[in-house]
Design a protein around this ligand. Structure first.
Ligand SMILES: NC(=O)c1ccc[n+]([C@@H]2O[C@H](COP(=O)([O-])OP(=O)(O)OC[C@H]3O[C@@H](n4cnc5c(N)ncnc54)[C@H](OP(=O)(O)O)[C@@H]3O)[C@@H](O)[C@H]2O)c1
Length: 275
């Protein structure tokens, strides 16, 4: 699996990792088993960045990820989780991270993100709490999710001893808005983590024009349109992604998508506003 630098940390992170939204409560034991098999398969293919959040399945996703990751040497994995940002006190924010660690059976996270901005809790307060977690050794790196460029700038300036390494935002061939901010992220050396890289529904319904362009590239490289969509994202400097799947064939296909680095011309062709 191809890896790139995360932010300006010197740490290498696989360009394609694994998402876990949908690992909800009240599913069958077989469903959880299947998801665990897929996560193991993904890890064996180098998709060692696993993205979860306390809010996914109200803790269930972290529990299932925890059952998988305890079978590996800790330093072979890169585990990210996210704070549900409706805590108002410094200590309650820190306690939320401790609870995530408990569910994940981990001593530390690799990355802890604020899941989205909350207008009632200041960005500065969130950054102070996350920075304290780094100082305590509870997370190696910190970042944000669903922040605008302006909010990222506020977060960066609020940090005293730590760098912001990523903003995790919705980005795909069908949702390109945040990708237009790439020059900012590259200048600041902040990684853009693309979530819902397959439009959340595996590109089941996309506009005819986009379908045509994806199919053209897919035929050229003998891959699927979903693989093209992933390759397209991670062919861009400063972008990594975290597709979600519960299907073994899909996790294998997603890992293979990292091998195709599209040339500039094809990257350009898949932009919505290209002719
Ligand atoms: N920060 C945030 O606010 C936020 C929001 C949304 C998502 N996320 C993160 O991003 C991750 C990914 O986003 P997502 O879950 O919204 O959706 P996604 O990864 O864009 O799409 C998932 C869908 O694509 C299908 N799929 C996956 N690989 C495929 C392949 N190779 N060929 C065909 N279909 C394929 C899956 O079906 P199968 O399962 O059957 O393969 C599923 O229906 C989440 O799981 C979560 O970790 C973060």
């Amino acid at each position: 699996m191809r890896a790139v630098e995360l932010g300006k940390t010197g740490e290498k992170i696989p360009v394609i990792g694994q998402g876990t939204w949908g690992l909800s409560r009240w599913k069958s034991a077989e469903y959880y088993q299947q998801w665990k098999r897929v996560l193991h398969q993904g890890i064996s293919l180098g998709m060692t960045h696993i993205d979860t959040a306390e809010v996914y399945g109200m803790g269930m996703a972290e529990r299932i990820v925890g059952e998988v990751v305890k079978e590996y040497p800790r330093d072979e994995l890169f585990i990210a989780s996210k704070l549900f940002p409706f805590r108002f006190f410094h200590n309650s924010i820190k306690k939320a991270a401790y609870k995530s660690l408990e569910r994940l059976h981990l001593d530390y996270l690799d990355l802890y993100l604020v899941h989205w901005p909350n207008p009632v809790v200041s960005i500065e307060k969130h950054m102070r709490a996350l920075e304290a977690l780094v100082e305590e050794g509870k997370t190696r790196f910190i970042g944000v999710s669903n922040y605008s460029v302006n909010q990222v700038e506020i977060a960066m300036h609020a940090l005293k001893k730590t760098e912001l390494v990523t903003n995790q935002v919705k980005a795909s061939v069908t949702a390109q808005k945040h990708l237009k901010d790439l020059p900012f992220y590259r200048k600041e050396k902040i990684t853009l983590t693309a979530y819902s890289p397959l439009g959340h529904r595996g590109l089941a319904t996309i506009a005819d024009e986009q379908q045509k362009k994806l199919t053209l590239v897919a035929e050229k490289y003998n891959v699927t349109i979903q693989q093209v969509a992933l390759s397209w994202l991670v062919s861009m400097e400063g972008v990594i992604t975290i597709p979600k799947t519960v299907t073994i064939d899909h996790v294998k296909a997603n890992a293979r998508a990292a091998e195709t680095v599209l040339p500039t011309e094809e990257i350009r062709m898949l932009w919505e506003d290209s002719q």
